[in-house]
Structure formats: structure tokens, C-alpha cells
Design a protein around this ligand. Structure first.
Ligand code: NIG
Ligand code: FE
Length: 411
């Protein structure tokens, strides 16, 4: 099937060099074409160019973009969208002054979601998650990473990961799965943290690998959760089973998780609200992608990561939503870009690279996703006509997306 999209007001997110990531000062430049066409062959981008050079004739379908802007789909490299129920009671607790850590210490937080997940059937969990998947597709996400981590027992972790596999099989969105058994110490193991780490390493990881349910392993390496040494042990065990690592680091404290991630060759270190010069220095020259989740800083009222300092140090940075019931109940990547601009002083161009190509790199997927490049999967969305690319980030709550295309088809 060959398709043509014509009368595109502007194509943004073009990368003719097919880079793996965009670093430092380069993040603020982006190629675009005005008055353009784009062609698709099967699932992939076949070509694009100005309307004055539009190919004619040989297409099965032609779509008129009516002057809208075409953006590459978002690549959201950090979510927890498989969960049961919601946690607005904790939202009220926070309004009344409790912190995220205090709520967790009282048995709320992740353990609250684990209790609900335990009681929820696999089918009901799937239905709830699919509703969120449809929501993020409509908001422009085309590739998403989804974590387990509300199971906290062998059976329930496998249940979550099987739900993620079902999403992958039944939705047009591209899915990558992460095993996050070490998200919190399960209730039955409170006070026996090392034994819980044994369970993660000796039983959960082998079981996950045996069913081929995950690509990545993640650990919440932070104050009150897992130590650097425990994290190292878990990600090394994951590596033995072919799982690449991602780490929740430096959200609540200067945890050492960033340095560990760099040493162990993690794909990404995520959160980074507590980042000092030492972390930036450690990341310089490494392949580990610093990934910022401003939706969590916004929702929990935390300080934001020092994005400008990281970019000035020449680093590539990624943005992700962290969509989860406790710290970021939204998967809206456009809102994430706006928060990055408003609160971290990233330009809309930097924010777009961080939410697309650099997000794909944080999943090891930039060969196929994250930019408008011939040969990549045709994942993109088209907006209403916009006065500029920046308008999309600036008018942060105005509905602007008109059509969404995944694997070369309008969904
Ligand atoms: O990335 N920080 C750890 N995990 C999630 C929150 C999980 C939850 O509160 O349910 C996060 O913010
Ligand atoms: Fe998270």
C-alpha cells in the first residue's frame, strides 16, 4: 500500500542524517519544510519534499493535510500505565500537606497500587490500561515504554507484564516492556528488604526472562527504596538474562543512581530532580540517556531537573511522561514539552527532540522511530494549521491534533 499526504503546512522533526540522538547545542536546531508532501510505503516513510516537487499518480490513497503541521510521534520512554484504579485520596493528602515519602511510609503510594492490582483480574487490568493507551495515542504518542512494578510478587509481576504483552499485540502503538519488580519492597517483606531483593533476582528475573516478557529491567534507586548496591545486584542479574537497564534515580535524594547507571551502561537514568555537577560530569561522554519527567515534578511540587546545565554540558536529554497514579497521572507528552519550556527553560525545539528522537534513543529504538527520516516507521501526527512550530508548545491546552498515523495508517 502506497499513501501520499499532501498540503502539509510544515513538516518538523526532520532528520536526514538519521542520528542516534541529538546532543547539546544541536538540540536547538531542527530541519523543517514548508508546503510539503510525505509518502508512505507500507509501514515506512518513503519520501518527503516541497509541494512544488510532489510525485504524482502512483498512490493507493491520498490524504489532504489541509495546511496542518506534521510532527514525528512522541517516544515516551518512561511510563507505568498498567495500574488498577487511581489514587486521588493521596492527591488530597498531598493538598493537605503530606509529602510523597510520608504517604509511602504510611503504606500508601506504590503499595496502595499493589494492593489494588492484586485484587484486579488480568482482563480488567488490560481494559483499564487500554483506555490509557487509547488516550496517549490520541495525544500523539507512537512508541511507549511500560513498566511493571505494582505486582511485587512473582505472580502479580508476571500478570502485569502479560497485560503489557497483550497491549503490544492488540494496539497499533509500539510498546517496550520493563520489569520493575524493585519498585518498592512488597508488604510481606517489609523489614526484610534483602530477602525481597533475593526474590527479585532469584525468582522474578528468571521467570520474566523465561516467558520473554521484558526488554529492560529498572530499579527505584532512591532514599527509602533501594540502595545503590541492591540496584547494582538487580541490574547485573537482569543483564545475565539479556535485560538492558534503566534506573529511577535522584528523585528524592542525591542517590548515587546516576553514577551507577553510567558505570553499568544503563540505557537511561530517569527523574534527576536532585542532580548536581557531579552527576552531570558522570554523564558526560557516556551513552546513558538522562531522562527528565517534569510531569512528576509538577504534580508533586518538587524542584525541576537542571535541564539547561545538562544541555550546556553537551548532553543529550530526553523527556518522558512517567504516566502513573501516584506522581504523574497524565501521559500528555505535549504538556510535558510545555512544562519543559516553562519550568526548565528548554526551547520548544529542544523539547521536541527530547520527546521524540532522544526518547527513542532511551529505548535503543532510534533506528526506527523518533524523527521524520526516510526508512523509519511512519509514525506521526498532523495538527491544525499553526502560525509556527513553537505555537504547539506555547498554546499548551488548546486541542490541536487533527489526525494520528501509526505504522503508515491513520488510526
Ligand atoms: O516514577 N518514583 C517511583 N515511581 C513512580 C511513582 C509510582 C507511584 O507513585 O505509583 C515514579 O514517579
Ligand atoms: Fe517512574
Amino acid at each position: 500500500m502506497r499513501r501520499l499526504v499532501k498540503n502539509i503546512g510544515r513538516i518538523v522533526g526532520i532528520d536526514t542524517q538519521a542520528r542516534e540522538r541529538v546532543c547539546g547545542a544541536d538540540m536547538d536546531t531542527m530541519q523543517s519544510i514548508e508546503q510539503a508532501w510525505l509518502s508512505i510505503d507500507g509501514e515506512r516513510i518513503a519520501g518527503f519534499g516541497p509541494m512544488s516537487e510532489m510525485p504524482e499518480g502512483e498512490f493507493d490513497e491520498v490524504f489532504d493535510a489541509a495546511g496542518g503541521t506534521l510532527f514525528p510521534s512522541f517516544c515516551d520512554s518512561h511510563t507505568h500505565i498498567v495500574y488498577a484504579g487511581s489514587r486521588e485520596q493521596e492527591f488530597l493528602d498531598k493538598i493537605h500537606g503530606l509529602s510523597y515519602e510520608e504517604i509511602a511510609r504510611r503504606g500508601g503510594g506504590i503499595l496502595n497500587s499493589a494492593d489494588r492490582l492484586q485484587e484486579c483480574s488480568e482482563d480488567a487490568l488490560y481494559e483499564q490500561a487500554m483506555e490509557r493507551v487509547r488516550e496517549i495515542i490520541a495525544m500523539g504518542t507512537g512508541l511507549v515504554e511500560i513498566k511493571s512494578g505494582y505486582g511485587l510478587s512473582v505472580e502479580s509481576e508476571l500478570k502485569m507484564l502479560r497485560v503489557i504483552r497483550r497491549i503490544r499485540e492488540n494496539s497499533p502503538i509500539e510498546v517496550r516492556a520493563t520489569f520493575l519488580g524493585a519498585h518498592a519492597v512488597a508488604r510481606d517483606y517489609v523489614g526484610r528488604q534483602e530477602e525481597y531483593v533475593d526474590l527479585v533476582c532469584e525468582q522474578m528475573i528468571p521467570a520474566v526472562a523465561q516467558e520473554g516478557l521484558a526488554e529492560f529491567v529498572d530499579v527505584f534507586c532512591d532514599k527509602g527504596f533501594f540502595t545503590v548496591e541492591q540496584t547494582r545486584r538487580i541490574i547485573r542479574k537482569g543483564a545475565e538474562y539479556g535485560l538492558r537497564s534503566k534506573i529511577h534515580a535522584n528523585e528524592l535524594d542525591v542517590s548515587g543512581g546516576v553514577q551507577l547507571g553510567v558505570e553499568e551502561g544503563a540505557l537511561s537514568v530517569d527523574h534527576l530532580e536532585r542532580t548536581t555537577e557531579a552527576e552531570i560530569e558522570a554523564l558526560r561522554g557516556s551513552r546513558t540517556m538522562p531522562t527528565m519527567l517534569p510531569g512528576a515534578a509538577f504534580f508533586l511540587g518538587m524542584s525541576y531537573p537542571p535541564a539547561r546545565k545538562m544541555i550546556q554540558a553537551g548532553l543529550a536529554v530526553a523527556l518522558a511522561s512517567d504516566y502513573n497514579p501516584g506522581s504523574s497521572p497524565s501521559g500528555n507528552m505535549r504538556m510535558v514539552m510545555s512544562l519543559a519550556s516553562i519550568s526548565m527553560r528548554m526551547t520548544p525545539t529542544e523539547a521536541l527532540w527530547a520527546a521524540t528522537l532522544n526518547g527513542a534513543a532511551a529505548m535503543g529504538e532510534s533506528r526506527d522511530f523518533g524523527s521524520i527520516t526516510v526508512g523509519k516507521v511512519a509514525n506521526f501526527f498532523i495538527t491544525k494549521p499553526l502560525p509556527s512550530m513553537e505555537f504547539f508548545t506555547y498554546a499548551y491546552a488548546t486541542p490541536l491534533i487533527e489526525s494520528v498515523w501509526l505504522r503508515g495508517r491513520q488510526v
